[in-house]
Design a protein around this ligand. Structure first.
Ligand code: PLP
Length: 400
């Protein structure tokens, strides 16, 4: 009898691990490595949020809490959704977990039976297909090309739906492309969902506040009110409040699903960190002005990176509306040989050779389900980004 389960065999090891490990090895050996591979803001958690965490410790708020979140946090989440998204939920429709990732995982575990299909537009966040497999479901990948702005069309959605389609996972602004949908585009997708009553939408809105050029991110629950009861809205503190390490995410949706998610959490991790929950209350109820500053900084960095990458031979880099990633195509580099002698047959080869020869770590497109491309996280200083783009330009200029 094998020690490891058959379920595990369905899940791929993280495709980003190889490059991350190699970058760490090279750095440990003294190489000058620039990592543009991390999915987290480079800002510190704002002071008023840190203070709320310290205060919670000093006040002894350090014990178990209600499994899926303290009442104060659930109320703050309901108020946020009402104020910012014009969506009205009761606390019984809210689930708080250890990060947005756990919300998604609980929801898939709570709802999928073998054979159930999860529609996932690509490029996708790396975890969606593997979480789906782990929960016993079948990921169905819907390719969304750069020419379509990396966005799912209503027609494509309609053609992909089968009687087994349980979820559509929408993530906008997107990791890895930064693409976001207008309210009208979401309403049109919502019409297709409305016509298939067994289909639900997991709407991952974790980058909603990181949008540029006056773009406003919308929830499909608000843009398509007819299907609001079939939407699980997923969000969290990690990206907008620079709280990746605090581990607080939340879901808002149908009460029976929320209760099922609570059951799973009660038998796995129990409550999210008590101190972090109080910090999250302060984040949601406190001043939000710092976000304007962050958006300005991110937009400047986005423009810097897009301009620089479009100046590299063989690279084409679209300008995204949000998040802190760009997803350039490297079709013009594939089939060439690098100055260091590596044959670039795939985007994985490209990322490996870029790391070995120029010391820049990026994540190759195959990890996100659309090639040949790579993802750059521009959550780094302007100076670091300029240096990294200079190295990428040298790497591309050396291709033959
Ligand atoms: N969803 C997307 C699209 C993400 O990029 C991430 C983090 O990278 C998450 C969810 C999960 O974030 P967390 O678990 O830190 O809340």
């Amino acid at each position: 009898m094998d020690l490891l389960s058959a379920t595990l065999a369905r899940v791929r090891p993280s495709p980003t691990v190889t490059i991350t490990n190699r970058a760490a090895e090279l750095a440990a050996g003294g190489a000058d490595i620039i990592a543009l591979s991390a999915g987290e803001p480079d800002f510190d958690t704002p002071p008023h949020i840190r203070e709320a965490g310290k205060k919670a410790i000093d006040e002894g708020k350090t014990r178990y809490t209600a499994v899926d979140g303290i009442a104060e946090l659930k109320r703050a989440i309901c108020a946020k959704l009402s104020r910012e998204n014009a969506l009205h939920y009761e606390p019984a429709q809210i689930s708080v977990s250890s990060g947005g990732k756990q919300v998604l995982y609980n929801a898939l575990m709570a709802s999928l039976d073998p054979g159930d299909e999860v529609l996932i537009p690509a490029p996708y966040w790396v975890s969606y297909p593997d979480m789906t497999r782990l929960a016993g479901g079948t990921p169905v990948i819907l390719p969304c090309a750069p020419e379509a702005g990396f966005k799912l069309t209503p027609r494509q959605l309609a053609e992909a739906i089968t009687p087994r389609s349980k979820w559509l996972i929408l993530n906008a602004p997107s990791n890895p492309t930064g693409a976001a949908y207008t309210r009208e585009e979401l309403a049109a997708l919502g019409e297709v969902v409305a016509a298939h009553p067994w289909l639900h939408v997991m709407s991952d809105e974790i980058y909603e506040h990181l949008v540029f050029d006056g773009f406003k991110a919308h929830s499909i629950a608000a843009a398509a009110p007819r299907i609001a009861e079939r939407v699980l809205l997923c969000n969290g503190m990690s990206k907008a409040f620079a709280m990746t390490g605090w581990r607080i995410g939340y879901g808002a949706g149908p009460a029976p699903l929320i209760a099922a998610m609570r059951k799973i959490q009660s038998q796995s991790t129990n409550n999210p960190c008590s101190v972090s929950q109080w910090a999250a209350v302060a984040a949601l109820e406190g001043p939000q002005a710092f976000l304007d500053e962050w958006r300005t900084v991110f937009a400047r960095r986005r423009d810097l990176v897009v301009r620089a990458l479009n100046g590299c031979e063989g690279i084409e880099c679209p300008t995204p509306q949000g998040a802190f990633y760009v997803y350039p195509s490297i079709a013009g580099c594939i089939g060439k040989r690098s100055a260091g002698g590596a044959m670039l047959g795939s985007d994985e080869d490209f990322a490996a050779a870029l790391l070995e020869e120029q010391g820049v770590a990026v994540v190759f497109g195959a990890a996100f389900g659309m090639s040949p491309a790579f993802r750059v996280s521009y959550a780094a200083s302007d100076h670091v980004l300029e240096e990294a783009c200079g190295r990428i330009a040298r790497f591309c200029a050396g291709l033959q």
